[in-house]
Design a protein around this ligand. Structure first.
Ligand code: C2E
Ligand code: CA
Ligand code: CA
Ligand code: CA
Length: 276
């Protein structure tokens, strides 16, 4: 038994080393990709649920890898965040986003910001500057952050959001319902919209239907009380859309309305500016 234990731990060490090598490789790859600016946004429409009108787009990070083609964040975001490379990657992406916005008039575009990046020195000022340099009205730009980014350092988060909002950049709270959901804190921050996490939208049909329904109802009631918009994430079926509509959720996003598309395809998508 002792010998087998040793084998097992040797095997474990080997796997650990292989994993460490893989991550190192990925980090070296990422550094080269940053040099080549090999990151582009894909755009996914956000629609008004009642009539499907496109009100904006979310910009989603993609890595155009030389060998593997388009890579989604699940393949590399962790390494970006752990290595601190995320800020460089994000700025490359945001520049592409505002350039696209300048060339494509229409609704708003929301960008994702990692918690650590959101709290970085001068984040708000820098974002406003690149919008200005691209000639983009900051009222068309939104940021998406998670609850964690708010609660990390609440007074500081409120200041950053205040700076952005004063210039027109609104904030949406991402993956809502999965985090701390200490709902009492919400009114202390200038938040324009809650994005209801896709796990609850998916759950509206599954085994945990009752729980998901209760949670979605609670989120919509809270948002209604606070005068905050709501966006259902990961809407894939007409049934989900219908239910969200009936529950009073105003906006939605998901494969039912459109998948994330690379720049060329997204440019053809009409995005009329509809004020919420
Ligand atoms: P997220 O912000 O929650 O983005 C929504 C994710 O759901 C996206 O995955 C999108 O492609 C996917 N999705 C959209 N509609 C549907 C649907 O109907 N069904 C299903 N199953 N999935 C759907 P993606 O693009 O792989 O992004 C994953 C996460 O990576 C994002 O989650 C966000 O947290 C992060 N991320 C994306 N872009 C950026 C970025 O530019 N900067 C940073 N820091 N993080 C980013
Ligand atoms: Ca998001
Ligand atoms: Ca989300
Ligand atoms: Ca997410």
């Amino acid at each position: 038994a002792k010998a087998r234990g040793r084998d097992r731990s040797a095997l474990f060490d080997e796997e650990m080393r292989a994993e460490a090598m893989r991550l190192l490789d990925l980090e070296a790859d990422l550094r080269r990709a940053i040099q080549r600016e090999a990151f582009e946004p894909h755009f996914q429409p956000i629609v008004r649920l009642t009539d499907g009108a496109v009100v904006g787009h979310e910009a989603l990070l993609r890595w155009k890898h030389e060998l593997h083609g388009w890579l989604p964040p699940s393949e590399f975001l962790r390494v970006c965040e752990d290595s601190g490379l995320i800020e460089q990657v994000d700025w490359l992406l945001y520049r592409r986003v505002v350039a696209w916005m300048a060339a494509n008039p229409g609704g708003y575009v929301s960008i994702n910001v990692s918690p650590r990046h959101f709290h970085a020195e001068d984040f708000a000022e820098r974002l406003l500057r690149i919008a200005d340099e691209a000639g983009v009205d900051p009222h068309r730009l939104r940021i998406e952050i998670t609850e964690g980014a708010l609660l990390d350092d609440a007074p500081r988060a409120a200041r950053i959001l205040g700076t952005l909002r004063a210039q027109g950049v609104l904030a949406q709270l991402d993956d809502f319902g999965t985090g701390f959901s200490a709902l009492s804190y919400l009114h202390r921050f200038p938040i324009q919209a809650l994005k209801i996490d896709q796990s609850f939208i998916a759950g509206l049909a599954g085994e945990s239907q009752a729980e998901s329904l209760a949670l979605v109802r609670a989120i919509l009631a809270l948002a209604g009380t606070l005068g905050i918009d709501t966006i259902g994430e990961g809407v894939e079926t007409q049934q989900q859309r219908q239910l969200l509509c009936e529950l009073g959720c105003a906006y939605g996003q998901g494969y039912l309305f459109g998948r994330p598309q690379p720049i060329k395809a997204a440019a053809g998508t009409p995005a009329p500016l509809l004020l919420p």
